[in-house]
Design a protein. Structure first.
Length: 274
């Protein structure tokens, strides 16, 4: 029987590349998406080894229904997430609740439901997709940073609690990757951020809005393709000794170095214009 992996956020970007690549390597992939239409589009492409159906991190009943189809897979890749650009003082409670439900509570709900079965079976891999923004903070990305910093800490605790056991736990920390996360963040920004009446309106107009609405296909500095993340994922899933962390892209390596080598004030001077 082929190994099975449940991947979230497969409509595009990192999740889609991971699903296609792992299926080509002989895995049976449960490639889930938040929207049923995206699942139908992926299924219609007819990729061998891929089974696609909805899984919305914010829908507990939907999570239960998805797991009724997967059983306890050999591996879980928690990839799905969204961004909510905005200065921290401009993000209301509802916006924080929404992003933490999707980026943190949902992934750990899946772990809560699947981990007992993996332990009872005596094998399993759990890989959580964090971010360079789980390593360092940047301006106007605080809500997303909060979810990823929390994911880092909770994943570290999960790994420590299972050291030497049959379930391996890893983090992947991508920096800039060519995905649709910026385009997909626009509805969340428009719903939650009242930037027109914000104290930092001038910064929104000069920096945030141009970046948010930049034409697609314009890469960030040091940007890599989703395949770079998939390469790290393959090692985390298939190596007999998976790493606790996989730092993907030069900015993630640089952020870790800055955190280790510099004082907070020195890092602030470097990051204040990023």
């Amino acid at each position: 029987m082929p190994r099975t992996v449940l991947i979230t956020g497969c409509s595009s970007g990192i999740g889609r590349d991971a699903a296609l690549t792992l299926a080509a390597r002989g895995w049976h992939v449960f490639a889930t998406c938040r929207r049923a239409a995206d699942c139908a589009a992926l299924a219609a492409e007819g990729h061998a080894g891929i089974e696609s159906f909805p899984l919305d991190y914010t829908d507990e009943a939907g999570i239960a229904a998805a797991l009724a189809r997967t059983g306890v897979p050999d591996a879980l890749f928690n990839n799905g997430a969204f961004a909510l650009p905005g200065a921290m003082e401009d993000v209301p409670r509802g916006g924080l609740r929404a992003i933490f439900e999707a980026n943190l509570f949902g992934p750990f709900d899946l772990i809560h439901r699947l981990m007992p079965g993996m332990l009872a079976r005596g094998s399993g891999r759990i890989v959580n997709c964090s971010s360079v923004l789980g390593v360092t903070a940047l301006r106007f990305r605080g809500a997303y940073c909060g979810t990823k910093h929390a994911m880092e800490g909770m994943t570290d605790a999960l790994r420590l609690e299972n050291l030497g056991g049959p379930v391996h736990v890893s983090l992947i920390e991508p920096g800039p990757i060519g995905t649709l996360i910026r385009e997909k963040s626009r509805p969340h920004f428009e719903r939650w951020i009242d930037w027109q009446h914000a104290p930092k309106r001038a910064t929104y107009e000069a920096e945030v809005l141009p970046r948010l609405h930049a034409p697609p296909g314009r890469p960030d500095r040091f940007e890599l393709t989703p395949a770079a993340v998939t390469r790290a994922l393959i090692h985390a899933l298939e190596s007999p000794r998976p790493k606790p962390r996989y730092r993907v892209t030069l900015p993630t390596l640089g952020a870790e170095a800055l955190r280790r080598l510099l004082t907070t004030r020195a890092r602030d001077r470097i990051l204040r214009n990023q």
